[in-house]
Design a protein around this ligand. Structure first.
Ligand SMILES: Cc1cc2nc3c(=O)[nH]c(=O)nc-3n(C[C@H](O)[C@H](O)[C@H](O)COP(=O)(O)O)c2cc1C
Length: 245
């Protein structure tokens, strides 16, 4: 295993940070590493907003269910999927971008996620750590207003970054044999593999240092997917001209 893969396999989300700033040089380095990610049709459909204003951070932390690391982290970046630049480019050539297309929405979201994960890996390679904050989508409207986001953009997630103060034990992932298949999706032993993984996750949750609990992965999924997931996203994306459903 080489150093890059070792680092990637040792990833854990970091939610507690040393009181030590991340320099502007490091931030630019991370963003440039992010920009080097592949990009569908080279649209580079993202904008990053580093939120320094403490008042804004506090509002966002509250929106995200009082995640205090949003206020405490040396860096908090909102990753915005951005088709506004594409609209502007089209208009420079007398063309009108077709808005609210599902495919464009997917392209922009995928581009943003790929760039963000490059940022995370680059950060970890420099000894920093971080955590994604999807919970900003609890109220994407207010986040968009706070950051003055134009139409044709939306805040996909935030990311806290800094030098780790505490680290969690690594979370076991699903077995590779569930994730990697050959020629066909069907394999027949899904339930057996899930039950085995549940035992592994149960042991992990009982053993870990922080937030020990009795739980497993399929229970987590059952809880999550048996209730509506941020149903406001549909009308919100429509209001941003990113969906016409
Ligand atoms: C898009 C996305 C959004 C996330 N949102 C949150 C969040 O709002 N708060 C949080 O504490 N962790 C969040 N996470 C972190 C996940 O909970 C974490 O990655 C997962 O449990 C696996 O743990 P690990 O990263 O430590 O391996 C998010 C992760 C992703 C990829």
């Amino acid at each position: 295993m080489n150093e890059t893969i070792r680092k990637m396999k040792n990833h854990t989300s970091i939610r507690h940070f040393k009181d030590y700033p991340v320099s502007e040089e490091v931030l630019i380095e991370l963003v440039e590493a992010g920009q080097s990610a592949s990009s569908s049709n080279f649209i580079q459909a993202y904008t990053l907003i580093s939120v320094k204003d403490v008042k804004k951070r506090k509002i966002i932390a509250e929106i995200a269910g009082n995640q205090t690391h949003i206020v405490d982290a040396p860096l908090f970046i909102v990753f915005v999927a951005d088709l506004e630049r594409a609209r502007l480019s089209a208009s420079l050539h007398g063309a009108a971008m077709i808005e609210a297309e599902t495919e464009s929405f997917i392209l922009a979201t995928v581009d943003t996620a790929l760039m963000a994960q490059n940022v995370m890996i680059a950060a970890e390679s420099l000894g920093l750590g971080g955590v994604y904050i999807g919970a900003i989508r609890n109220n994407p409207e207010v986040v968009s207003t706070l950051l003055e986001l134009p139409l044709n953009t939306y805040p996909v997630f935030g990311m806290c970054l800094g030098y780790p103060l505490t680290e969690n034990e690594k979370k076991p992932r699903l077995p590779v044999e569930m994730i990697l298949k050959t020629d066909t999706y069907q394999s027949g032993n899904e339930v057996e593999l899930l039950q085995k993984y549940d035992l592994e996750m149960e042991a992990y949750y009982l053993k870990r240092t922080a937030a020990k609990r009795t739980d497993n992965w399929t229970k987590q999924m059952a809880r999550m997917f048996s209730k509506p997931l941020r149903p406001h996203m549909k009308s919100f994306l429509r209001s941003r001209k990113l969906n016409d459903d």
